[in-house]
Design a protein around this ligand. Sequence first.
Ligand SMILES: Nc1ncnc2c1ncn2[C@@H]1O[C@H](COP(=O)(O)OP(=O)(O)OP(=O)(O)O)[C@@H](O)[C@H]1O
Length: 312
Amino acid sequence: MGSVILEAQELTKEYRHAIALDHINLQIEKGKIYGFIGRNGAGKTTFLRLVTGLAFPSGGTLALWGKTGMAKLQEQRKRIGCMIETPALFPAMTAYQNMEVQRIQRGIPDKAIIDKTLEMVGLKDTGRKSVRNFSLGMRQRLGIAIALLNTPEFLILDEPVNGLDPAGIVEVRNLLKSLNKEYGMTILISSHILEELYQTASEFLLIDKGRIIEEISEHELNERCKRHIAIKTADVQKALLVLEEKLGTDHFMLVSDDTIRLYDYLNDVERVAAVLADAHILVTGLSISGDTLEDYFLGKIGGMKYVQSPES
Ligand SMILES: Nc1ncnc2c1ncn2[C@@H]1O[C@H](COP(=O)(O)OP(=O)(O)OP(=O)(O)O)[C@@H](O)[C@H]1O
């Protein structure tokens, strides 16, 4: 396991009429890109606000780089860059001028950091162009540049691709990937759309009604969503043997007491049915399934769009 830079234990935030975060437990490891996924109102922003010190927890503990307690957390937060609300940009100013305002406001002495950061986000050559003439993607990259002014090790972005067109999404995605690859920056990005983050993040934290309902890696997510033949039978052990011996495959997974996922023979379901029948195995369901990412996510949170697959 890599080194843990953030750890939440039973972290809770209650408002007068709502529990925004309900005993959250999670860890963020150095050098990874995390997608924080949840519907509107799930608690994403609240969590990010607690991490960045914009709000205080009602219970539980938060540790940053192993440090806890108000004063130590505040010290560690200097190592974090964040863009939680859309950054207030001055439209009549250039990218450089906007950065200069932020640099002064935040008391960062090193002027050279502006050019360096604008270069990192690909805005160094925007010269005298004022922000009002920037595309949304460029504005968002400028917002990220502002979050990078303190050369953070950990970057937190709340819905950074909200409202962007596909080209803008690609711009931001490429930027985040290069920050991660070239500078080893750990990144936490929130979104309500899993598909959108899928190509950026390598780890996914699913949150619903203030609770973490799943932590899943990109690899596991791919496995779960992969197209397969779902075989439902009370006699799974015998069926597994038959698949191995008669079809010569071990590309399957037992997903429950009575369901097997077979990742081979997708174009020859009849053959699968025939060998199972020959072995006198009673099959109660045989179908090709595979979730889209969004189906998978909605399935986890019990969304309306989700159509339950036969095996679940
Ligand atoms: N300042 C507040 N006072 C009272 N309730 C709040 C406050 N901030 C958030 N909440 C409530 O806490 C819950 C979680 O909200 P939060 O903004 O964290 O969700 P979210 O996942 O970020 O959603 P969105 O994508 O819409 O911002 C919601 O029910 C929200 O109404």
